[in-house]
Design a protein. Structure first.
Length: 497
């Protein structure tokens, strides 16, 4: 079985989008606030809870928080996790019975490992020298090899998640000291990872040498934050400090914040899909504001493939900024023609194609008075299986739209992702099986066009604030475009390099 076959397909979500695997969040209080009885009253758990709420879009299958409790000179790490949304897992009085001066949290959408509570994160390991909790976003491309080596040396596993490989490697090397254990672990693992690690005296953040998955650092009065996205730092009243650099480890302790680079300088290769769809529009990732990138993508689509029309609408939510951009670039009036139910989520998972199509009609509805008698351009962030697009064209036409033209602000998705994103089999990637004309006919649209790869890259340009020039080359700043081009930033088994 090659890696693409091992990708999990049985729990395809409510829509036919690529699905983000995870979000991570960590908080560390450095400010020694104590009450008169000398009890530690700093509590990072509520902050992590709110941070995870803001990262819920990155994973809705399970949620968890591990917290560091200090009491009378002793430390312990306790963890609560379960299946479901953050609000479900931490309902009732769970939070009031759980506190700590530092904590890490995780929301998960499974791609590697099955959908079960054993694979929910954070993972916690208690061993002779201490305790560690790890929360991981990404996918290790050599997890099987490392797991086998660890098992051969007597290490036991309780889950099928590759994230457990990381915690066992750190625990195995821990006697060398935290910094060395992290460096040795990170040099061993390959693939994509944004990690937050909690130990008895530190919060650690690490990002893979290409920075495929995002991770950033924030601050609040009294401590530090690590987060997959800047929107979650804003949500807890923190201040964004900077992105963790590709190949960087940051160690936060009560009296120090250390940073070191564990890999040779490599080209940054942030997942381009973060800007298209995964990230929230109020986040800034590696100095590029996600909302601005989506507006630009719409403008570029307008430049590359304008069509004469009376109305441009966006498929909620991520198609809307691009529709605004398209409208600005072409002079086409922008309107809200489609309404999305915000309450159709992971509970609506439908394994069969028939059920998926029903899910699409529950999820989206048309505002008939807005589209009737009009030539409509509909902007979507991506087309993966085509289920959503086909259904949207049908309901727009049924509502009286004269013409329906689809414009897509990502290039055709033709290849799998190996870096922590749920991708259907190649045969289910509709752009892998059809050219644009065939696809347009199959969706029932009057025309169809995708943004070019060059156009996508232009939309996520790294602009100099003063000159507006694109400074990516100066900053060795690039993007992973693997699912569009089949060219991946690191070698992956089963793909020709
Ligand atoms: S292949 Fe690359 S661009 Fe595509 S989803 Fe995966 S990480 Fe993102």
């Amino acid at each position: 079985m090659n890696d693409s076959d091992k990708l999990k397909h049985s729990t395809w979500s409510d829509s036919d989008k690529l699905c983000e695997e995870c979000g991570v969040f960590g908080v560390y209080y450095t400010d020694p606030q104590k009450d008169s009885s000398k009890e530690d009253i700093r509590d990072a758990v509520p902050m992590v809870y709110y941070g995870l709420f803001s990262l819920q879009h990155r994973g809705q299958e399970s949620a968890g928080i591990a917290a560091l409790l200090r009491s009378e000179g002793k430390t312990s790490i306790e963890c609560r996790k379960g299946m479901g949304l953050v609000g479900d897992v931490f309902s009732g009085d769970v939070l009031s019975r759980f506190s700590g001066s530092a904590a890490v949290g995780h929301v998960r959408y499974s791609t590697s490992g099955s959908s079960s509570v054993e694979n929910a994160q954070p993972f916690v390991s208690h061993f002779k020298l201490g305790s560690i909790a790890v929360a991981h976003n990404g996918n290790l491309t050599n997890a099987d090899v490392v797991r086998e080596l660890l098992e051969d040396s007597g290490v036991g596993f309780i889950s099928s998640s590759d994230s457990e490989v990381i915690i066992n490697l750190i625990a195995k090397n821990y006697k060398k000291g935290l910094e060395k254990a992290l460096t040795d672990t990170i040099k061993f693992i390959k693939g994509s990872y944004a990690l937050v690690v909690l130990t008895d005296d530190a919060l650690v953040g690490a990002r893979d040498p290409n920075g495929i998955r995002p991770l950033c650092l924030g601050q609040f009065p009294g401590g530090w934050i690590l987060s997959s996205e800047s929107c979650a730092i804003d949500a807890v009243g923190g201040t964004f400090v900077r992105d963790i650099e590709p190949g960087e480890v940051v160690i936060i302790r009560e009296n120090e914040v250390l940073s070191f680079t564990f890999s040779e300088k490599t080209r940054r290769a942030v997942c381009a899909f973060e800007y298209v769809y995964f990230a929230r529009p109020d986040s800034v990732i590696d100095s590029v504001d996600v909302y601005g990138a989506r507006i630009r993508a719409g403008k570029i689509l307008g430049r590359e493939s304008a069509v004469s029309a009376d109305l441009v609408i966006g498929v909620p939510d991520s198609g809307i900024p691009a529709a605004i951009g398209y409208g600005r670039a072409t002079g086409t009036p922008f309107g809200l023609g489609i309404v999305k139910s915000k309450y159709v989520g992971r509970t609506f998972i439908a394994p069969s194609q028939i059920m998926r199509e029903k899910a699409v009609s529950v999820k989206h509805n048309v505002i008939e008075s807005e589209v009737r008698g009009k030539r409509v351009v509909i902007i979507d962030d991506s087309i993966v299986r085509g289920t959503t697009s086909r259904r949207l064209v049908a309901i727009l036409k049924a509502a009286g739209a004269k013409e329906v033209h689809i414009r897509v602000c990502s290039p055709p998705v033709r290849f799998p992702c190996y870096f922590g994103i749920d991708t259907p089999h190649r045969k289910d990637l509709i752009s892998n099986m059809n050219n644009v004309n065939e696809l347009c006919a199959s969706l029932g649209a009057d025309s169809l066009a995708f943004i070019s790869v060059e156009g996508l890259l232009e939309s996520i340009r790294l602009e100099d604030e003063k000159t507006g020039n694109d400074t990516r080359a100066q900053h060795n700043h690039g993007y992973c475009l693997g699912c569009f081009t089949g060219e991946y930033p690191i070698p992956v088994a089963g793909e020709e390099q």
